[in-house]
Write a protein that binds this ligand. Structure first.
Ligand code: 13P
Length: 255
């Protein structure tokens, strides 16, 4: 019912030359995998080259952030209008942006609205920190991130191709090698994220929106996550920088 979706978040890695090299390694392997939507999200500076290299392939392209205004005197920022020329997706509200760059549920909301209004599909990241996890407040935190980050959105009429993807990334699992358990992550997605999505958009939409898991996904553990009924794919960090590993993770998502 929901097509599996695997995205690579390259974070602040890969110069243009390095990106060209990695994409040339990725394309042949990824192209031959059907039944999974695959997307790479390199740094802004790689997008133009990446878009050219991916033309004519079935591999999507995404950015890692945007500003909400379409244009203006905002030195250093990149607008949804600019991104829409180059890519189809944009990651919004990653925990590293929340931690280091002052992103809040309110700025996430403005960015999501801006992305949607320019035809970009947002990949909205939510997840609790280690302190929140240990204090047992995951449900409150993740539910608030969904309700406030996605408040007031209109997703349109098409309930099949929902232009919104959620990534559940527990902060304590990112880059640590300590992934969540597959059934633990599935429980958060099923009981907290889809419930909050149903409050906002109704049951049908809540079942149609893809929800990914992110945090130390590797070829060795990917299948366990993908076998969970409410997890529809992955947002992959470190392992998306190695062609063989990313291809193996995408392969594991084939239904
Ligand atoms: P790692 O896969 O490196 O843990 O990163 C996950 C992540 O932050 C993806 O957005």
């Amino acid at each position: 019912m929901r097509t599996p979706f695997v995205a690579g978040n390259w974070k602040m890695y890969k110069t243009v030359a390095e990106a060209r090299h990695l994409i040339s390694e990725l394309v042949p392997g990824l192209q031959s995998i059907a039944g999974v939507q695959k997307v790479i999200c390199p740094p802004f500076t790689d997008l133009l080259a990446a878009a050219a290299l991916l033309e004519g392939t079935d591999i999507g392209l995404g950015a890692q952030n945007l500003f909400w205004e379409p244009s203006g005197a905002y030195t250093g920022e990149i607008s949804p209008l600019m991104l829409a020329e180059l890519c189809q997706y944009v990651i919004i509200g990653h925990s590293e942006r929340r931690q280091y760059f002052g992103e809040t549920d309110e700025t996430v909301n403005r960015k999501v609205q801006a992305a949607l209004s320019h035809g970009l599909t947002p990949i909205v990241c939510v997840g609790e920190t280690l302190e929140e996890y240990e204090a047992n407040v995951t449900a409150d935190v993740v539910s608030r991130q969904i309700h406030e980050g996605l408040a007031g959105l209109s997703l349109g009429e098409d309930q099949v191709n929902m232009p919104l993807i959620i990534a559940y990334e527990p902060v304590w699992a990112i880059g640590t090698g300590r992934a969540a358990t597959a059934d633990g992550a599935n429980a958060v997605v099923a009981d907290i994220i889809r419930t909050a999505l149903a409050d906002l958009f109704g049951d049908e939409a809540a079942q149609a929106i893809r929800v990914l898991y992110g945090g130390s996904v590797k070829p060795e553990n990917a299948r366990e996550f993908f076998q969970q009924p409410d997890i529809d794919g992955a947002l992959v960090g470190g392992a998306s920088l190695k062609a063989d590993q990313f291809i193996a993770i995408v392969q594991a998502a084939v239904p």
